[in-house]
Design a protein around this ligand. Structure first.
Ligand SMILES: *Cc1c(COP(=O)(O)O)cnc(C)c1O
Length: 364
């Protein structure tokens, strides 16, 4: 069986290190916000080149707390894409702000910067650039747009830990950056986890307060915060995975090269890479016609691809009619019917990737 993602395979790769770290935490008598979380924050912050980093409970909370630290709330609008994890929009709504969704570029599947001006209003406060599938959004144009109009730039790096833009790590470019550490992500815990990073120390300090009841000093709430703490156990696991992140991302890129070569000339449209950026292939997404038939045929061969994402957020029951969108969402709506995520994780044997590509190519 060839699956889309396989966090158990990664645990097995680093089992001796992870088991030792977990046992150390179990006997430490420190289970919440202890030395593992502090060390992870320090190490991850250095890794991406930020001023600081805060461990939180998950990626959705990372986005919500980042927006709150920017003082975004009811009456404000935040621009992002409809072609993303629902978490991006759920986090905007959790602050009380309104999500304004734009279309994506047909080549890179990330935010179409041409539409930013068409949806901007006096209430616009921020843009969330989602670095989808492991590749940078069009920061060359999104960043100047935000600067020109005094908007905050928030990076959603949940699918692009370690990827770069003009040689800089994603997450060190905007005002604040959010990472999910869900088990299948490039930097994945063995449970839920998230990280917020910023090059601005004041924003880091505010998120640190917001994740625990607005405390700077224990039991003294200076802000109306919440509980969004990261466990010591997950932090210990993430510290080990972080040491291997660059090598794991290189394995993903090698698998992408296998797919690129094996699918060249086939009916499947392979992903394009922005010249200025090094991607990390959280997902390897092709476009196919007649997707349901192809998935059924692949499943019959014991191959289980994924679909990210089958329904645009602005067409989901929960959001239709509530979120504002750009006039045309044509690309997003088309992609929902054609995207197919091929199996992609660092431990996937290259021969399995060849088998997947050959099987798909043979379907025409
Ligand atoms: C996974 C993901 C999130 C949310 O992360 P959780 O940890 O599941 O809350 C947010 N944005 C994007 C783009 C994601 O892929």
């Amino acid at each position: 069986m060839i699956v889309c993602a396989n966090p158990a395979a990664q645990y097995q790769s680093y089992q001796a290190e992870i088991d030792a770290a977990v046992l150390r935490v179990l006997g430490s008598n420190k289970y919440i916000l202890g030395p593992e979380v502090s060390a992870l924050e320090e190490e991850f912050s250095r890794y991406i080149g930020a001023a600081g980093c805060v461990g939180v409970a998950n990626g959705t909370d990372a986005l919500e707390l980042a927006l709150r630290a920017l003082r975004i709330g009811p009456g404000d609008e935040v621009i992002t894409v409809s072609h993303t994890a629902v978490a991006t929009v759920a986090a905007i709504e959790a602050t009380g702000a309104t999500a304004v969704l734009v279309d994506v570029d047909p080549v890179t599947y990330t935010l179409d910067a041409n539409q930013l001006d068409t949806v901007r209003s006096p209430r616009t406060r921020a843009v969330i650039a989602v670095h989808l599938y492991g590749q940078a959004a069009d920061l060359d144009r999104i960043q100047p747009f935000c600067q020109r109009h005094g908007l905050a730039l928030v990076e959603d790096v949940s699918q692009a830990h370690g990827a770069t833009w003009h040689g800089r790590r994603l997450g060190s470019i905007g005002d604040i950056a959010c990472f999910s550490c869900y088990p299948t992500k490039n930097l994945g815990a063995l449970g839920d986890g998230g990280l917020v990073a910023s090059t601005q120390a004041a924003l880091v300090d505010t998120v640190r307060m917001l994740r625990e009841y607005g405390w700077k000093q224990r039991y003294i709430s200076d802000l109306a915060g919440r509980n969004s703490r990261l466990d010591e156990l997950q932090a210990a696991v993430l510290r080990i995975k972080l040491r291997h992140l660059d090598a794991d991302n290189a394995r993903r890129r090698a698998l992408a090269a296998v797919y690129d070569a094996a699918l060249a000339g086939s009916a499947a449209l392979v992903p394009a890479v922005r010249a200025c950026c090094e991607p990390v292939y959280h997902l390897y997404v092709v476009q196919v016609q007649d997707r349901a038939t192809k998935i059924a045929a692949l499943n019959a061969q014991d191959i289980f691809p994924g679909v990210h994402y089958p329904v645009p957020i602005h067409q989901q029951n929960a959001y239709a009619g509530r979120v504002r969108t750009a006039a045309s969402m044509r690309v997003t709506e088309r992609l929902a019917g054609t995207v197919l995520s091929l199996p992609m994780y660092p431990e996937l044997p290259p021969d399995d990737a060849r088998t997947v590509a050959r099987t798909l190519a043979a379907l025409g």
